[in-house]
Design a protein around this ligand. Structure first.
Ligand code: 5GP
Ligand code: ZN
Length: 137
């Protein structure tokens, strides 16, 4: 994709601080550095988001994400890691080229707030919700 910022990074048209590379995957430091070592893992091929990525490529990206998380713990002294994917604008995706954030965590005061607030969904409707999802798989 000509006007995609991550495709430009893959082509070397825009520089990056590379962490890992193989035939299908590239990982580099996120320009925003939410915490020290915040890394993006991307497929080299352009896919709009996780919904469109072939399974074998997804497995390679997640395998690299695990290795990077292990390295962040071993080398940077991270005490934990958040691995995050944002799919589509409503979920916070701003760059429409599939990527996974690997964000090392050092303390509860890190500049990242993730909250799982409880919803008012009626407990009795849970079987129907589970059925709706599973019938599509
Ligand atoms: P999203 O919100 O789509 O999940 O995350 C996109 C991420 O890409 C953001 O965290 C943003 O900081 C990062 N980003 C955007 N443009 C560039 C760039 O040119 N270089 C690098 N290294 N990161 C970028
Ligand atoms: Zn792209």
């Amino acid at each position: 994709m000509n006007d995609c910022i991550f495709c430009k990074i893959v082509r070397g048209d825009i520089p990056c601080h590379k962490v890992y590379e193989d035939d299908d995957v590239l990982a580099f430091l996120d320009i925003s550095q939410t915490t020290k070592g915040h890394t993006l893992v991307i497929s080299k091929e352009h896919f709009r988001n996780l919904l469109y990525v072939p399974k074998d490529i997804l497995a390679k990206v997640m395998g690299a994400a695990q290795k990077i998380a292990q390295a962040q713990v071993a080398s940077l002294g991270a005490k934990g890691v958040n691995i995050i994917n944002n799919t589509n604008e409503v979920a916070g995706q701003t760059v429409m080229h599939f990527h996974v954030h690997v964000i090392p965590r050092y303390s509860n005061e890190d500049a990242l707030r993730l909250e799982f607030n409880s919803n008012k969904i009626e407990k009795l409707s849970l079987p129907a919700i589970a059925e709706e999802i599973s019938k599509e798989m």
